[in-house]
Design a protein around this ligand. Structure first.
Ligand SMILES: CC(C)(COP(=O)(O)OP(=O)(O)OC[C@H]1O[C@@H](n2cnc3c(N)ncnc32)[C@H](O)[C@@H]1OP(=O)(O)O)[C@@H](O)C(=O)NCCC(=O)NCCS
Length: 371
């Protein structure tokens, strides 16, 4: 048996949801550039779940269905209030709350397609409500109910801030949600597929996926990018800081990618948004600092910026708490996870690879007195 560390380059499944070919990302055949410029997040959800864009009636129905499921059960609100709000990370809160949604759903273990689609709508709807509610509760505020007539992105900001967002904010969040929605067989999506391939339920699949996204080598990188920028503080300090990190063999968060070699096609959209938003809010130094780091790492390590790098300064300039960056990634990526879970159920086989054994051999049991 031979092994491939980190399963690099291994093709583990067929999928018709998204593809990365020649450093280009597509969702069901539409390029990410096209979608980022033109589509709403709701359209992307429909696209990922149905492999085609919705007509007006289908889009309206999906938007209404999502809105009708956004309100959180009181048990979830009470549970969020019971956490140690000074120490609990919102990703841990989200993971636990999503798992709890499964406890509260009498259909959780129903495996028919219609029941699973209902769960998909409910989870997609509630995940943004959970992130917003947790943020408000820890600030000593009450959770805000969603408002009819607002888009998914607008409702998220409304529930988060308790006031209707500006068009520019809605546009930025919508675009970020579109860009993060799916990404072929990334670590959290693979986790979700492995989980449900045992015929475990949708809630378990999403809870597992959130757990995988939380890690700093995956979705957790965006929060750490902002931590790094904050530590650097001033544009002129960026290069000495990065040089020191590299000397210490530390990784620069938001840089590098397992699949993309010449650049992450999502990064340029976030870079443009970062430039515009930081300029508009008088915080250009975060953008300038980011560009310096990106150029330096590209030149010295040959590594491109990934999706997390510029999303950090985008969310920061929208006034979003840094530890909510990864939960927002989850709010978007749950659309892709759900698409993959439904696809896995459609044509399931248990995912069970092998390990090459390299441990001790030919051992003989000794009684505890003889050890
Ligand atoms: C994304 C990532 C996990 C991909 O990792 P991978 O394909 O397993 O690549 P490796 O970790 O094996 O790295 C290969 C080489 O590039 C270097 N490298 C990769 N990413 C690096 C980074 N962000 N900063 C500095 N060096 C990096 C490694 O140190 C290694 O160098 P070496 O061969 O001299 O030891 C990795 O690039 C990383 O950790 N990036 C930072 C975290 C991040 O932004 N994650 C979000 C991904 S969307």
């Amino acid at each position: 048996m031979s092994t491939t560390k980190g399963l690099e380059g291994i093709v583990a499944t067929e999928s018709s949801i998204s593809s990365i070919i020649d450093d280009q990302l597509t969702y069901a055949g539409y390029t990410i550039d096209d979608l980022a410029e033109n589509s709403s997040f709701e359209e992307v959800i429909f696209l990922l779940w149905n492999k085609r864009l919705p007509n007006k009636e289908e889009l309206d129905r999906l938007s209404e269905d999502l809105f009708s499921k956004m309100e959180l059960p009181e048990e979830i609100i009470q549970h969020l209030k019971s956490y140690d709000l000074n120490t609990v990370h919102p990703m841990a809160a989200l993971r636990t709350a999503v798992s709890m949604l499964g406890l509260l759903d009498s259909e959780a273990d129903e495996m028919d397609e219609e029941a699973n689609k209902r769960k998909a709508i409910s989870l997609q709807a509630k995940i943004s409500s959970i992130v917003a509610a947790f943020s408000r509760i820890r600030e000593g505020n009450e959770a805000v109910s969603p408002k009819q007539g607002l888009s998914y992105a607008a409702n998220f900001l409304y529930m988060l801030n308790g006031k209707e967002p500006e068009d520019l904010e809605i546009e930025a969040v919508n675009k970020a949600l579109v860009l993060h929605a799916d990404h072929e067989l990334n670590a959290s999506t693979f986790t979700a597929r492995v989980c449900v391939a045992t015929l475990s339920d949708v809630y378990s699949g999403i809870t597992s996926a959130i757990s995988a996204l939380k890690g700093p080598l995956h979705g957790g990188a965006n929060e750490r990018v902002m931590k790094m920028l904050t530590e650097i503080g001033e544009v002129d300090h960026a290069i000495p800081y990065i040089e020191k990190k590299l000397q210490n063999k530390e990784k620069i968060m938001g840089m590098g990618h397992r699949v993309y070699r010449n650049g992450d096609p999502r990064a340029k959209h976030l870079k443009k948004m970062s430039r515009e938003l930081t300029e508009l809010t008088g915080q250009s130094k975060w953008y300038d600092m980011s560009v310096k780091i990106e150029d330096y790492i590209k030149e010295n390590k040959g590594l491109p910026a990934n999706v997390d790098f510029y999303s950090a300064s985008v969310y920061h300039s929208l006034g979003i708490d840094h530890d909510l960056f990864t939960p927002i990634f989850a709010v978007s990526r749950v659309s892709g996870w759900l698409a993959h879970i439904l696809e896995q159920y459609e044509n399931n086989r248990l995912i069970r690879p092998r390990a090459e054994y390299v441990g001790p051999k030919h051992q003989t049991y000794k009684s505890i007195e003889d050890r």
